[in-house]
Design a protein around this ligand. Structure first.
Ligand SMILES: [Zn+2]
Length: 149
């Protein structure tokens, strides 16, 4: 597993802040290949009225378009929150070999918290590491939900 680069998590956080300003749960994602950003994504569920538009699926969609294929091998995904079952499944289906995430998700996290889809015997098993810039990522989510109340 390659080493993560904090600048990509910072970029993912920037996208999460953009989501926040758009009244979306602040989660951002960046897909990197050969030390270059190939796609970005952020939560767009409310605006697009679409349950499928989490940060990761938005980024995967954009990466498939940018790279002209569904197999995102040689890519890394950076996401500010632990992927949910849908997004962990999308990562497995896109064959993304490396996943870095920030905050842990105690309600939906499917990469170690509630369950761990990345440790199950599917046909593809990504490497992953959580807790990167965890405090910043969690703090942003906390302030979003505080504002809602
Ligand atoms: Zn998700």
């Amino acid at each position: 597993m390659s080493n993560f680069d904090i600048k990509y998590m910072e970029k993912a956080l920037e996208l999460a802040r953009e989501a926040f300003e758009d009244d979306e749960v602040p989660v951002g994602a960046v897909i990197v290949r050969n030390d270059e950003i190939v796609a970005t994504g952020r939560n767009r569920r409310e605006k697009e009225k679409n349950a499928l538009l989490h940060a990761e699926t938005d980024a995967i969609n954009n990466a498939c378009k940018a790279l002209g294929g569904w197999r995102l091998w040689n890519c890394e995904i950076y996401v500010t929150l632990e992927p949910c079952p849908m997004c962990a499944g999308a990562i497995i289906n896109a064959h993304i070999p490396t996943v870095y995430f920030g905050a842990y998700d105690f309600k939906n996290g499917s990469c170690g918290t509630i369950t761990n889809l990345f440790e199950m015997p599917y046909n593809f098993k990504p490497n992953y590491k959580g807790g990167i810039m965890q405090e910043e990522c969690a703090e942003l989510l906390k302030s979003f939900f505080k504002r809602l109340r």
